[in-house]
Design a protein around this ligand. Structure first.
Ligand SMILES: [Zn+2]
Length: 287
């Protein structure tokens, strides 16, 4: 059998000692020594962050590791550093509470995007302005991003979402239409499985396509207003996208409710308080 000091030099053993407060006495027991001796003989540690082709494991990307349960060690497998190198965003995926599409792709990264914009000959001032606004207001206030269909609003908000995911903030990214549908569907089934609670819970909420057709008065008064009030009162960051400016949205909503503008005014106030208005023009050609 291997010497106790050699065993304690092994990184997986060290990891377990720390995690499970394992004493030398426990380590020196015969069944434990037997498992650890066998483990150390075949152990290969991937310690370099480099492409998977350099991985020396039997199954590339997977390496052996240890766990401790009921007084003994067990050999388990886990993703190695090579796999992590190839999948840089796997650690942030768990912070997505809900999203209608995949937020995490290799191309989406705000630093890369700024670099790309700077390299372009036709300088896109509006996108730069949006990113400047984001950098100035992030962690303090959300953004109300508006502009024509196809201007790339959703893409820009995805960049912001990934920024927060990397800061280990939970994110819900949902369209108004998607939220309205999920609430409707949850009425049809007995269980309350709508995504609304994920809109309350998320550190950062992205509400896509405000002002769309699915907003009934009921949805605005009973769903949107309480949600936005909660987020405002609890200082939870909220981002919006819309085809309309806040003023246009106000007119659109008010036109339908000549007699009672109080709920619309309150909703507009909440939106203004949560999101700094930012306009984006142009088409999706270059984003
Ligand atoms: Zn490896």
């Amino acid at each position: 059998m291997v010497d106790l000091n050699d065993i304690k030099k092994n990184i997986a053993v060290q990891d377990c000692i720390k995690k499970f407060n394992i004493t030398d006495e426990k380590l020196s027991s015969i069944p434990v020594m037997r498992v650890l001796t066998r483990f150390i003989k075949t152990f290969t540690y991937c310690d370099k962050e480099e492409p998977l082709v350099n991985c020396k494991q039997i199954i590339p990307g997977i390496q052996e590791w240890l766990t401790f349960e009921n007084g003994n060690f067990y050999i388990v497998s886990k993703k190695c550093k090579h796999w992590e190198f190839e999948n840089p965003y796997h650690l942030i995926e768990k912070y997505v509470l809900y999203s209608e599409f995949n937020l995490i792709t290799k191309e989406i990264d705000i630093a890369h995007y700024i670099k790309k914009l700077n390299q372009e000959k036709n300088i896109d001032e509006q996108r730069k302005h949006f990113l400047k606004t984001f950098i100035e207001t992030k962690d303090k206030k959300g953004i109300y991003l508006w502009g024509s269909i196809g201007a790339g609003k959703t893409y820009l908000l995805k960049l912001c979402a990934v920024y927060y995911l990397k800061k280990e903030k939970t994110v819900t990214f949902i369209s108004i239409g998607g939220l309205a549908k999920s609430i409707k569907d949850s009425f049809a089934s007995d269980e309350n499985k709508s995504n609304l609670n994920k809109c309350y819970k998320a550190d950062i909420l992205f509400l896509d396509d405000l002002g769309c057709e699915q907003e009934t008065d009921w949805f605005k008064d009973e769903i949107l207003l309480p949600l936005l009030s909660f987020r405002y009162e609890n200082k939870l960051l909220t981002y919006f996208s819309s085809n309309y400016s806040i003023e246009q949205l106000n007119s659109k909503w008010s036109a339908k409710r000549k007699n009672d503008l109080v709920p619309v005014n309150r909703l507009i106030d909440r939106i203004k308080a949560l999101g700094k208005e930012s306009e984006i023009k142009g088409n999706s050609r270059r984003y």
